[in-house]
Write a protein that binds this ligand. Structure first.
Ligand SMILES: C[S@@+](CC[C@H](N)C(=O)[O-])C[C@H]1O[C@@H](n2cnc3c(N)ncnc32)[C@H](O)[C@@H]1O
Length: 475
């Protein structure tokens, strides 16, 4: 049983305040006060709730002092967030506070990797530093275009002899077999000059390398290594040079599509220090790690896999197989509602976790060329992001939830054909399907607070309300 029973209520309240360490499409951080009370009214104190599409885990984090959270998502970085922020450290006195970042950046692993890459890229690092110091936008565009990466055409990087040799000798097949091998150079050779600056990419690689080695040597516990990795994800998400801080594609700052706005943005993004952002994220994680919580678990279950198993073995057996319990008090479901695949918008964060030097998807219309976004091959494609698949998968959600849970709480957005971002299923169909499996339905409109938008933008978003549906009582 959790130790929270004797905690004063103010401390309990603070323990439940969540952190969102990355900007995330569809995050519920700003509307938690409108959702958490409804979940709590379906969830007894000490009960169990599945957060089926956890994303940044802010919903689960808000409930850890109230009940056990089974936190699930199809993306690995989300699972890492669950391990660190929902499940928490196994051995608090030994694992919290986290070591200072300097323990990692002063390790021999970090400095070996950094020094090796710094030697290869010395000339380019000096050029980047001079450009950033001078605020030279034109220079930045040219630098990014000519900086070598393994996937670029060689004509772009004639002047960088040492780097050219390093990249020509880079054996991606061998790297894919042993991704942890020295030197760690995935971000440097894939994303420097596009999503990140060169210095930033070298620091990300060196940190990733040191964390893995320190974990293997037992100098970081499993939870600490995960926490530092979450902080690295947070820092990378702050530093990325893209619109909206996602990874659908980097801001283009060279060639014919070059824009002043993009250059200014990227110039300031490139000045973001990975180390400073990481330390800030580690301090935040520390502040969340100690308060007591109910035991939780993290999962990486693709909903469609659960559905396939449920079809073969029945919903209850499938649910038990994947989530290790027969029944829960409630399921909170916040699936995607547009065609935008999360695996596309956050592929770089998946790669940071997997660190597997992935093959990159080629552009269907450019022979042998790659997409601007440099997407990993074989990304997960969610059926919730497909008009043709959404209805079936929603029906499966209702069927499974009605058999394993007392209630299903669903976040979804109303259809808005004018927004240019149509929903995959309309709310009338959702309600019709829900009524097939549940006797009682409550509907609530969620009001977003768009303080920074002008009136026109507010009107546009105002036509696009989010809904919270609560389904109870199996038919
Ligand atoms: C709207 S977001 C959830 C946001 C989350 N509630 C928050 O506040 O951060 C939807 C999530 O569903 C996940 N997802 C999409 N398709 C999935 C699937 N088929 N199985 C499991 N998770 C899926 C995505 O990775 C994404 O994190």
């Amino acid at each position: 049983m959790i130790e929270t029973t004797r905690l004063p209520s103010k401390k309990l309240e603070e323990a439940g305040r969540p952190v969102r360490l990355i900007q995330y499409l569809g995050s519920k951080l700003n509307v938690l006060d409108q959702i958490i009370p409804d979940i709590k009214s379906e969830l007894p104190y000490g009960g169990t709730c599945v957060d089926l599409f956890a994303g940044t885990t802010v919903i689960g984090q808000s409930l850890t002092n109230h009940s056990s959270i089974l936190s699930n998502d199809c993306l690995r970085f989300s699972r890492l967030f669950s391990d660190v922020l929902v499940v928490g450290p196994k051995d608090k006195p030994a694992e919290v506070p986290l070591p200072k970042l300097s323990r990692i950046t002063e390790s021999k692993h970090y400095s070996n990797n950094l020094e090796m890459l710094n030697a290869v890229y010395a000339e380019a690092l000096a050029a980047e530093e001079a450009i950033l110091r001078a605020g030279d936008k034109k220079g930045l565009g040219e630098f990014c275009e000519t900086l070598p990466t393994w996937w670029k055409d060689e004509k772009h990087w004639l002047e960088y002899g040492k780097i050219r040799n390093f990249i020509n000798e880079l054996d991606l097949v061998a790297k894919r077999k042993i991704p942890s091998s020295f030197p760690a150079c995935l971000f440097t050779t894939y994303y420097a000059g596009n999503y990140f600056g060169l210095k930033q990419a070298i620091e990300i690689d060196s940190t990733r390398f040191a964390v893995e080695r320190l974990r293997a040597e037992g100098q970081l516990t499993d939870w600490q290594a995960k926490a530092v990795l979450v902080a690295l994800i947070a820092a990378s998400s702050r530093a990325v040079g893209s619109a909206g801080k996602h990874f659908a594609q980097p801001l283009i700052i060279h060639g014919s599509t070059q824009r002043l706005f993009a250059l200014e943005r990227v110039l300031s993004d490139r000045m973001i220090s990975i180390a400073t952002e990481m330390q800030a994220a580690m301090d935040t994680i520390d502040s969340k790690a100690s308060p007591p919580r109910f035991p939780g678990k993290s999962f990486l279950v693709y909903f469609e896999t659960l559905v396939d198993t449920a079809k073969k073995k029945g919903a209850t057996t499938a649910f038990k197989e994947f989530f290790h319990v027969d029944r829960v008090d409630c399921i909170y479901a916040d699936p995607p509602y547009t065609a935008q695949q999360y695996s596309r918008f956050y592929h770089v964060l998946e790669t940071l976790v997997l660190y597997d030097y992935p093959p990159i998807q080629t552009h269907p219309l450019r022979s042998g060329g790659f997409t601007q976004g440099l997407y990993r091959e074989h990304r997960h494609k969610s059926p919730f992001c497909s008009r043709s698949a959404a209805k079936d998968v929603f029906e499966a959600l209702f069927l499974i939830a009605s058999q394993v849970s007392n209630s299903l709480i669903l976040s979804y957005s109303s259809t808005n054909n004018g927004s240019g971002n149509p929903r995959m299923i309309d709310t009338e169909t959702i309600l019709k399907l829900g009524k097939k499996y549940f006797r009682e339905i409550t509907e609530k409109t969620i009001r977003h607070r768009y303080r920074k938008l002008n009136r026109e933008e507010k009107n546009k978003r105002g036509n696009d309300p989010e809904k919270l549906y609560i389904f109870r009582g199996m038919r």
